[in-house]
Design a protein around this ligand. Structure first.
Ligand code: ADP
Ligand code: MG
Ligand code: ZN
Length: 361
């Protein structure tokens, strides 16, 4: 937790940056509490539903809860030796659990119907797991992802509101071949089916250093951001961290970092580090940022650092742009364009503007 400096009161915008580490961790803990409560409320709902139909299940729960107490008491009173009591207790609980399982499955319920369902099965929504070497606790990946979401307002887009590739609808793309209109020799439908397959492979082989980055280009409303969001969702589910930026927000964050790291000792350098180290970085709408000489060097630095990080751990980048690749040369330095064409697989999105299609239907 960082102390607030006097200057923070004079400059409210700095106060936000400085007090960030405290308030964000607090917010994340609140959010995790909320998730746990939701899981427990849902469990209570299920219990209420089942216990009125099968009172024996209610009894079983009580017996499990009191079994430990009863055995403890018996040991304390010297009625049974501790070893055999522990064994008996385990056996008794196993029998009760098995009886519950049979009641559930015999009545068409899944065997784990009375186990709380947490969003993160790794940490049961506590945000903390024990470290692989067993020497203490570490932050779960779900906590690290929430941290990114808060730090960068990461959840401000469709990214968190899709169900992965399952929500990607290829029927929204016309099945007609019209090279003049769509700029490709196939129908947009066939094109997007191929892209979707390649994006699936990208997520499946995400940890492989041979897997190349992705560049999505094509006109507005052809699903580039949506596809990036589906990939993000699949990867987050698999336990990876994802950081999403529009190009203007990315460059603003970097400029802010450069400014503050020189002028403000309390500035948190983690902000910039995450851009270089998140498992997946999405840069959306490249080319819509305000032109400045620095952005070339910054983007080059990000891409190069991430590429070299990728050898140690997954560190891939997705870029989406509405700019035609030929024009990207004009917008961007030749070196960047060759970096992109060298280490990115390029996919052309084509079709009619899906936003308009939706409005008409
Ligand atoms: N394949 C798809 N399946 C379902 N909805 C889609 C699909 N592609 C795009 N959409 C929806 O259409 C709208 C425009 O897509 P978007 O990804 O923003 O386009 P782009 O980033 O190419 O401009 C969004 O609201 C998105 O939710
Ligand atoms: Mg977009
Ligand atoms: Zn977790």
């Amino acid at each position: 937790m960082k102390r607030m400096s006097v200057s923070a009161y004079k400059y409210p915008e700095r106060m936000i940056a400085i007090s960030i580490s405290y308030s964000i961790h607090q917010m994340i803990r609140n959010e995790l509490d909320k998730k746990r409560r939701k899981a427990m409320d849902e469990l209570e709902r299920r219990k209420a539903e089942l216990y009125s139909r099968f009172p024996r299940l209610d009894e079983i729960e009580n017996e499990i809860n009191t079994a430990g107490l009863r055995y403890n008491k018996a040991i304390l009173m010297g009625k049974v030796p501790a070893d055999s009591a522990a064994e008996e207790l385990t056996q008794k609980i196993e029998e009760l659990v098995e009886e519950r399982r049979q009641i559930l499955t015999a009545n068409g319920y899944p065997a784990d119907y009375l186990v709380p369902v947490f969003e993160c099965s790794k940490c049961s929504d506590t945000g903390i797991i024990s470290s692989p070497d067993g020497k203490g606790d570490i932050l779960c990946v779900c906590y690290r992802q929430l941290l990114l979401d808060y730090l960068y307002d990461n959840s401000n887009l469709s990214i968190s509101r899709n169900d992965g590739f399952a929500s990607f609808n290829t029927d929204l793309y016309p099945d007609t071949v019209d090279e003049e209109r769509y700029g490709i020799k196939k129908s947009p439908r066939r094109q997007i089916i191929g892209i979707l397959e390649n994006c699936r492979q990208f997520t499946e082989r995400f940890g492989d250093p041979e897997t190349r980055n992705l560049l999505f280009c094509g006109p507005t409303g052809t699903g580039k951001t949506f596809m990036a969001g589906c990939i993000a969702m699949e990867l987050m589910r698999a336990g990876h961290t994802v950081l999403y930026f529009t190009a203007p927000a990315l460059f603003n964050t970097i400029y802010e970092y450069r400014y503050n790291s020189g002028n403000n000792e309390e500035w948190d350098p983690g902000t910039y580090k995450n851009i270089l180290e998140a498992d997946l970085l999405i840069i959306d709408d490249l080319g819509t940022e305000s032109p400045s000489a620095m952005r070339y060097a910054e983007l080059l630095n990000i891409l190069d650092t991430r590429t070299s990080n990728d050898i140690r751990k997954p560190c891939k980048t997705i870029i989406a742009t509405n700019i035609d690749l030929r024009n990207l040369f004009e917008y961007y330095d030749e070196r960047i364009v060759s970096r992109i064409t060298g280490s990115f697989d390029i996919y052309r999105f084509a079709g009619d503007d899906i936003r308009n299609l939706r409005r008409q239907s």
